[in-house]
Design a protein around this ligand. Structure first.
Ligand code: GAR
Length: 199
């Protein structure tokens, strides 16, 4: 059994899609959801349950900044639970070096634009879509990438793009990008896990 942990800070629609997609999977288990935000939407989504019959219940751990940046507790927990892949799904804090090094090539993120454009510190959520519209871009999309110590700079695993219309607002762009996220992120997570070595 391959084991996944998902980090989410906000609404949690991507985390929900991933957990729903993997619910009942014969070889993959979503073991834990972690959030830095006690008001994160993912907490309610997890309480409702995932999957077509909402029968998958995944424990949610809420942690604070000191635990994340000044202790090794999360690394120890993820290692103890023998997590194979850490998935960031709308997680907004920079990952500390200790956590990156504990999961080399085993931690991935989704970014709501076509990296290397519109990435880096401060480029998240609606700020990305506002910048894309302000620049008059005619395409945007998603990037799924490995995580390193810098925002949005790890090796790219997958990208998909969507066309934008000149009159699209940042909200329109967000909607188009979200369609791509929900369609591809669960599939890519599954594919990475089933092709992962059992070393
Ligand atoms: C997603 O669009 C994700 O790409 C973005 O936050 C949103 C979370 O939505 N992530 C970043 O901007 C990371 N830099 P969700 O909470 O509904 O999954």
């Amino acid at each position: 059994m391959k084991r996944v942990a998902i980090f989410a800070s906000g609404s949690g629609t991507n985390a929900e899609k991933i957990a729903g997609h993997l619910a009942g999977h014969p070889d993959i288990e979503v073991t834990l959801i972690l959030t830095n935000n006690p008001k994160a939407g993912i907490i309610d989504r997890a309480r409702r349950g995932f999957g077509p019959d909402q029968r998958l219940h995944v424990p949610v751990l809420v942690f604070d900044r000191a635990t994340f940046y000044e202790s090794n507790r999360l690394v120890e927990l993820l290692q103890k639970q023998e997590i194979d892949l850490v998935v960031l799904a709308g997680f907004m804090w920079l990952i500390p070096e200790t956590l990156v090094q504990a999961f080399p090539q085993r931690m991935i993120n989704i970014h709501p634009a076509l990296l290397p454009n519109y990435g880096g510190k401060g480029m998240y959520g609606h700020f990305v879509h506002e910048a894309v519209v302000a620049a008059g871009e005619r395409t945007s999309g998603i990037t799924i990438h490995y995580v390193n110590e810098h925002y949005d700079e790890g090796n790219i695993i997958f990208q998909a793009s969507c066309d934008l219309d000149p009159q699209d607002t940042p909200e329109d762009v967000a909607r188009k990008v979200q369609v791509l996220e929900h369609r591809f992120y669960p599939e890519i997570v599954e594919k990475l896990l089933i092709t992962m070595n059992n070393e």
